[in-house]
Design a binder for this molecule. Structure first.
Ligand SMILES: Cc1cc2nc3c(=O)[nH]c(=O)nc-3n(C[C@H](O)[C@H](O)[C@H](O)COP(=O)(O)O)c2cc1C
Length: 432
């Protein structure tokens, strides 16, 4: 297994899109063969139905809740608080609860389809801390995000490695938004023994841990590794392996991220309005070619610059291709610094594989990075993506993630050699 710092870059390189690669392989799939996006443990496990009137239940439920059900081309879709590339939802959430009144100390799987917690492991002197923060115990919550990668590789094949990680970052963002609403601090952890956890949680090669978020009181106390293994339960109704994804995950699972001193963001948001924003968050499907105000744009930029509460960090640089912001010269910006002037809307539409939303938006953004740890960098990009969705929606501005773009040509527009990890668009929606 390679632990070289270039391996993340090699896997990113191997999943680049170009004009030619998309022509050759346009990713068509038969929708009726989509693997199930819900994991359900066998019915003999004990379950706790989540009640939104209970603040602890509501905190956990809002990290993953279903917020809209709709039928698209005869298939039912259940959309959630977290967005997902292609609405395939590869991510799962597990939460360890310790020392919280009214809930048995244990590791629970969040069963999103039925809005309940499934107790998959009862704690004695053991727990998740020993894999994540050895020597400490947490009275509170440890959230683990994992990916059932076949849900995404079914359609996106090797490029789904990117989407699994971006989706994980978005899911961390959803955990963080719920924490904010429930007056809880949260810390993200990316560097820990993911491989040992995959084994002890019984994931085989079909699911893998990507990140962790902890919330609660830290104590010095030695906690043991799990004394028993959790049995394997498949996260889909059927499975096909993808060796590229498994290799990419393994090679990048234990690399060290850059380190920073933890700082917490300060959001001055109206909680009732933000709660509604979390429930109503959606991806835009069509923009009106209309401007947003400069005040709103600057507010959004400022929110993106707020600290990310983690010691394991990779720097993300944000390029904004401004098409329609009142009082701003159209062009390529880094933050608020104008790199070059020009109307690049046709260009960004083309770069994002001819998607009209990248042409008609007010701003098309690209997140780039020169990272050590690929998994951390991609997830921080997704985390920022969730922040961008929620801040924009809070202001009545619509947003979407863009995972599909021609990598090399986008780097040329941005005049950077750094990897382009993610694209995003914001603007005014048709019909609003
Ligand atoms: C990583 C990622 C990549 C995405 N890429 C695209 C894209 O290229 N084009 C697009 O129209 N939507 C894209 N989306 C939006 C998803 O299609 C959307 O989140 C999903 O359909 C669920 O709908 P919702 O966000 O309204 O809940 C992306 C979302 C994520 C999280």
């Amino acid at each position: 297994m390679s632990q070289s710092p270039i391996s993340g870059k090699a896997y990113h390189e191997a999943t680049k899109h170009s004009y030619l690669s998309v022509q050759i392989d346009p990713n068509y799939v038969d929708a009726s063969t989509q693997p199930s996006p819900f994991k359900v443990y066998p019915k003999f496990y004990r379950r706790v139905k989540l009640n939104l009137n209970n603040p602890v239940h509501s905190f956990i439920s809002l990290t993953s809740a279903i917020t809209l059900e709709k039928i698209y081309k005869d298939s039912p879709y259940k959309l959630r608080v977290n967005p997902s590339a292609g609405a395939l939802y590869p991510t799962e959430v597990y939460v360890q609860v310790r020392g919280i009144e009214g809930i048995v100390d244990g590791i629970y799987h969040l069963e999103v389809e039925n809005n309940c917690l499934t107790l998959i492991y009862e704690l004695i002197d053991d727990g998740l801390e020993s894999y994540i923060i050895p020597g400490k115990s947490i009275n509170g919550f440890i959230f683990l995000i994992s990916c059932v990668y076949y849900r995404s590789s079914w359609k996106y094949q090797n490029r789904s490695m990117r989407y699994c990680l971006l989706d994980s970052g978005h899911h961390l963002g959803a955990v963080s938004a719920s924490a904010f609403l429930h007056n809880k601090d949260i810390q993200l952890i990316f560097d820990f023994d993911k491989l040992a956890l995959n084994s002890d949680l019984g994931f085989e090669n079909k699911e893998f841990i990507t990140a962790c978020a902890v919330s609660g009181e830290l104590q010095d106390k030695k906690i043991r590794h799990l004394r028993l293994k959790v049995p394997f339960v498949c996260g889909t109704d059927y499975f096909e392996s993808n060796q590229f994804i498994e290799d990419a995950y393994q090679a990048t699972a234990l690399q060290k991220s850059r380190q920073q001193k933890i700082e917490y963001p300060q959001f001055d948001l109206d909680k009732d309005k933000f709660y509604q924003t979390v429930w109503n968050r959606r991806s835009v499907r069509r923009f009106r070619k209309e401007s947003i105000s400069q005040e709103d744009y600057l507010y959004i930029v400022q929110q993106l610059q707020q600290p990310i509460p983690t010691e394991n960090y990779e720097q993300i640089e944000i390029y904004s291709v401004v098409h329609r912001v009142e009082g701003m010269t159209p062009g390529l910006y880094k933050g608020t610094y104008l790199v070059k002037t020009g109307n690049f809307n046709e260009k960004t539409g083309y770069l994002c594989i001819n998607q009209a939303i990248a042409k008609d938006s007010a701003v098309t953004l690209f997140f780039v990075s020169d990272y050590l740890n690929y998994q951390t960098a991609m997830q921080i990009a997704g985390f920022l993506g969730q922040r961008l969705y929620l801040t924009s929606n809070y202001l009545g501005i619509q947003c979407s993630g863009i995972g599909a773009y021609y990598d090399d040509e986008t780097q040329e527009l941005l005049e950077t050699n750094k990897d382009v990890l993610y694209g995003m668009v914001i603007g005014i929606q048709v019909g609003s």
